[in-house]
Write a protein that binds this ligand. Structure first.
Ligand code: UDP
Length: 473
C-alpha cells in the first residue's frame, strides 16, 4: 500500500518553520511520507536538518514573488521585513503563491495539506482536488479560545479607554485584558488588510478539515475541551513538537545558524551550578530601542543572577550605528553573563540543568520550550498573540511572573520597562523562597506531563495516531 502523503506549508517565519519541521519529523516517524513546501532561500534550513536524520522528508520550493509584491529581492522571511508597515506586502507575496500551490497539488495529489493560518486561500485550493486541509496556527488552545471570544463578543469595544480592563467573556477562567494589549486589528472593527485576512483565517478554521495544534491536553485541558466542544472546532493536538529533537545536534541546530559554537555554549553551561542561570531571549523578531537594551542590562546586573542574554543582531539605527550595549557592561559581567549576539541554540540551552529561569517574549514556541524544560518564566509579551500566552503562564499555569509589559507593539516600540522592574521579576523566579519554589514545582510537573504526552500511549501521541488513521481511511 502506498504511504500516506502529507504536505506541510509553513509561513516563512522562524516561529512557524521551526515547529513545522518538527511536525514533519513527527509524522515521518509515524510512517507518513512528508513533503515541506517553502521558498528557495528558506529551503536550506529544512534540508540541512533533514539530511542529518533518516526521515523520509522531502522539500519542494515555490518561487517567492518578493519584488512583484513591492519587497526587495531576497526578502523571504518575516524577520527580513525592514519595518512592520511592510507586512501587508509580505502577505501579498504569500497570497501570490496560491496558483503555484494549486499546480503543485494538482501534480502531486497528497492525502492531506497542513497549511499555515496565514494562508486562508489554501483551503479552497485544496478543496478543488478533494484534499483535506488542516490549519496550523502555531499557538495553543487557550489563545485560540480567548481570541475567538473577543472576536465573537467584542468586549474591547465597550471600554472607555485603552487601559480599562475588560473580561474575556465565557472562558473557563476569569481573564482580564486591556485594549492596549491587543493586536491593533483586534482593538476595534476598522477594516485593514490584516483584519480582513484574519477574519478569513477564522472562517477557514470552520471550512477546513480541522486544526492541528502544537500543544498537549494536560497543559490546557479546559481550553482543549472548550475549543472542541463549545467553539465546535475539529482539532488534533500533537505537541510539544520540539520534543522530537533528542540529540544535541537536533536541539542545537534549529532555525538559523547559531552565533555560538554549541561546544563552547555547553562548556559555559557545564561550569554553572544547577538552576543558577536565567536565560533571556525574545524570539526571532523581538526588537528593542537602545534605551530598552540599556534597562535590560541594568536589570540583569541588579538582579545579581548569572545569565545568558540573546541580543538580536540590531537593525542599523538611523545614524548608521548598530545598537550597543552600555559601555563596559560586557566587561563587568564577563564572569556572570554570556551574551549571544544573533541566533542562540535555544532548546539546547533551556534543557541544560544550569538553567533555572527564562525571560521570554511569550512566543508560543518559546513558552512550550520553557514548559518542556520545566523552568519558571518571566513573561514580557510584545506583539502577536503574546499577551494571551502570558495569561496562560502567569494566571492559569502559575509558572511565571510578568515583568509588567502593558503595550502591544510591533518593532522596537516606545514602552520602556525599567531595570528595577526587570531585576525584581528575575529575582522572583530565581531566588529561593515560597513563591519561586511553588512555580518551580508546578513547572516541573507540567514538564513531566509534556514528556508523557508525546510518549507511546500519551495524549499527543494518541491524537497524532488518530489523525493519521482518519486520513488513511
Ligand atoms: N529561537 C532560537 N534561537 C534564537 C531565537 C529563537 O532557537 O536565538 C527559536 C525558539 O527556540 C523558537 C523560535 O525560534 O522555537 C521562536 O518562536 P516563538 O514562537 O517563540 O517566537 P517568534 O520568533 O515567532 O516571535
Amino acid at each position: 500500500m502506498a504511504k500516506l502523503h502529507f504536505f506541510f506549508f509553513p509561513m516563512m517565519a522562524q516561529g512557524h518553520m521551526i515547529p513545522t519541521l518538527d511536525m514533519a519529523k513527527l509524522f515521518a516517524s509515524h510512517g507518513v511520507k512528508a513533503t515541506i513546501i517553502t521558498t528557495p532561500l528558506n529551503a536550506p534550513y529544512f534540508t540541512r536538518s533533514i539530511q542529518r536524520t533518516h526521515h523520509s522528508i522531502s522539500v519542494l520550493t515555490l518561487k517567492f514573488p518578493a519584488v512583484e509584491a513591492g519587497l526587495v529581492e531576497g526578502c523571504e522571511t518575516v524577520d527580513q521585513i525592514p519595518s512592520p508597515d511592510m507586512l501587508p506586502k509580505f502577505l501579498k507575496a504569500t497570497a501570490m503563491l496560491q496558483d503555484p500551490l494549486e499546480r503543485l497539488l494538482q501534480d502531486s495529489r497528497p492525502d492531506c495539506l497542513v497549511a499555515d493560518m496565514f494562508f486562508p486561500w489554501a483551503t479552497p485550493v485544496a478543496a478543488k482536488f478533494n484534499i483535506p486541509r488542516l490549519v496550523f496556527h502555531g499557538t495553543g488552545f487557550f489563545t485560540l479560545c480567548a481570541s475567538e471570544n473577543l472576536r465573537l463578543y467584542m468586549p474591547q469595544a465597550s471600554v472607555s479607554s485603552d487601559d480599562e480592563p475588560f473580561m474575556v467573556p465565557n472562558l473557563p477562567h476569569k481573564i482580564m485584558l486591556t485594549r492596549s494589549q491587543l493586536p491593533e486589528n483586534e482593538r476595534c472593527d476598522t477594516e485593514t488588510v490584516l483584519l480582513t485576512m484574519l477574519k478569513q483565517v477564522k472562517e477557514t478554521e470552520l471550512t477546513s478539515y480541522g486544526v492541528i495544534v502544537n500543544s498537549f491536553y494536560e497543559l490546557e485541558p479546559d481550553y482543549a475541551d472548550y475549543y472542541r466542544n463549545v467553539l465546535g472546532r475539529r482539532a488534533w493536538h500533537i505537541g510539544p513538537v520540539s520534543l522530537c529533537n533528542r540529540e544535541v545536534e537536533d536541539k542545537a541546530q534549529r532555525g538559523k545558524e547559531s552565533a555560538i559554537d554549541e561546544v563552547e555554549c555547553l562548556k559555559w553551561l557545564n561550569s554553572k551550578k544547577p538552576n543558577s542561570v536565567i536565560y533571556v531571549c525574545f524570539g526571532s523578531l523581538g526588537d528593542f530601542t537602545a534605551s530598552q537594551l540599556f534597562e535590560i542590562a541594568m536589570g540583569l546586573e541588579a538582579s545579581g543572577q548569572q545569565f545568558i542574554w540573546v541580543v538580536r543582531k540590531g537593525k542599523i539605527e538611523e545614524d548608521g550605528h548598530e545598537k550597543r550595549l552600555p559601555e563596559e557592561f560586557e566587561e563587568r559581567m564577563k564572569d556572570k553573563g554570556l551574551i549571544i549576539r544573533g541566533w542562540a541554540p535555544q532548546v539546547l540551552i533551556l534543557d541544560h540543568e544550569s538553567i533555572g529561569g527564562f525571560v521570554t517574549h511569550c512566543g508560543w514556541n518559546s513558552i512550550l520550550e520553557g514548559v518542556c524544560a520545566g523552568v519558571p518564566m518571566v513573561t514580557w509579551p510584545q506583539f502577536a498573540e503574546q499577551f494571551y500566552n502570558e495569561k496562560l503562564v502567569t494566571e492559569i499555569l502559575r509558572i511565571g511572573v510578568g515583568v509588567g509589559a502593558r503595550q502591544w507593539q510591533l518593532g522596537a516600540g516606545s514602552d520602556c520597562i525599567k531595570g528595577e522592574a526587570i531585576a525584581k521579576a528575575v529575582k522572583r523566579v530565581m531566588e529561593a523562597g515560597e513563591e519561586a519554589e511553588g512555580m518551580r514545582t508546578r513547572a516541573r510537573a507540567v514538564k513531566d506531563m509534556a514528556k508523557k504526552a508525546v510518549e507511546e500511549g500519551g495524549s499527543s501521541y494518541s491524537d497524532l495516531n488518530a489523525l493519521i488513521q482518519e486520513m488513511s481511511s
